[in-house]
Write a protein that binds this ligand. Structure first.
Ligand code: DGY
Length: 328
């Protein structure tokens, strides 16, 4: 089908150059007000579109897919994670799903390092003192944090982002340990000077900082549960820039409050933007609003990927970033 004839419906506001390019290429319906679509609006969009461009806040489940129109052939997600889409059901109904991998790797790894540095060094507390005007001047014992160099960083999930974090962490003198479904190729492992742990539990007991880089799937849900959190040293820190569902947030909150975990840097939460109120206000917790990949450059690259996926589909081929069953 000629690209210009494709009805493409975009669920959220995208960067202006991306929207302009989409307007040139497709028969596009944009969400100029950026109001998140409710279920009814999503169902209406899916009934009318050839291609839907959702983002991670749009829950596209079995029920919605059942109401999709016959025209809908591609869900070109604006984002790398696709845990909000029932890909299995989409494929069964002949709807392809694509995502935007690779272009968020460096930005997410940079923010992960920012958290790995900020939490043990108490940046949040220092900044609060300055903002509130409560700083009483330098003192030898004020705001002592913990040195990063020489500590053991445990990376859960050694895919693209995990590896990008590992190479940055080496530059800060951290010792890199990792747990992954598969051990890395020996060349990659030695380039990253990374130690593989087949047992996640055993790694947890020995590390000083845990950084999470696995997607949210049925097998990673609450992978860091209360039992595993208890295996960690009380002096250890947890950083999560992946998906909130991987951690039992209630258990983590309880342990942070009880001083059984030293601190946490969280960019993602178990219930989306409904953040556990008991996490707020804790000195040892840095909370960010899912902004690890939020750079102008990254968002434009994501848009470019979405456009290439749609164009390739319009040209009669499989989108280059198609989500295939092996990835589920
Ligand atoms: C994604 O694309 O899935 C990221 O979580 C956005 O930050």
């Amino acid at each position: 089908m000629p690209a210009k004839a494709l009805k493409v419906i975009v669920t959220r506001r995208l960067p202006e150059p991306v929207e302009t390019r989409m307007n040139e290429l497709f028969d596009v319906e944009l969400n100029v007000n950026d109001t998140p679509m409710d279920r009814e609006a999503l169902a209406d969009a899916m009934a009318r579109a050839d291609v839907l461009v959702p983002t991670l806040g749009d829950r596209i489940d079995q029920g919605l897919l059942a109401q999709a129109g016959d025209k809908l052939r591609l869900i070109a997600n604006y984002g790398a994670g696709f845990d909000h889409i029932d890909v299995q059901t989409a494929l069964q109904r002949g709807v392809m799903v694509s995502n935007t991998p690779g272009v968020l790797t460096d930005d997410t790894a940079d923010m992960t390092m920012a958290m790995i540095l900020s939490v043990p060094r108490r940046l949040r507390e220092g900044n609060l003192q300055m903002q509130k005007g409560t700083w009483e001047g330098w003192s030898p014992t004020a705001l002592m944090g913990h040195r990063i160099g020489g500590k053991r960083l445990g990376i859960l999930g050694m895919g693209r982002i995990g590896q990008a974090v590992a190479s940055r962490a080496r530059a800060f003198g951290l010792q890199v340990h990792y747990h992954n479904r598969r051990q890395l190729h020996p060349d990659t492992e030695s380039a990253l000077e990374a130690t593989y742990w087949e047992s996640f539990d055993q790694m947890l007991a020995r590390i000083d900082i845990l950084s999470i880089h696995v997607p949210h799937t049925p097998s990673t849900f609450h992978l860091l549960n209360a039992r595993r959190l208890k295996l960690m040293k009380p002096s250890a820190f947890v950083v999560n820039t992946a998906r909130g569902e991987v951690i039992d947030e209630n258990a983590l909150t309880r342990m942070l409050r009880a001083g059984e975990i030293a601190g946490a840097g969280l960019d993602v939460f178990e219930n989306g933007n409904d953040v556990n109120p008991r996490l707020r206000g804790l000195d040892n917790v840095l909370l960010l609003p899912h902004m690890s990949s939020a750079t102008v450059e990254g968002r434009l690259d994501m848009g470019e990927k979405v456009i290439i996926n749609i164009k390739t589909y319009a040209d009669g081929h499989r989108p280059p970033d198609q989500v295939v069953p092996a990835m589920l």
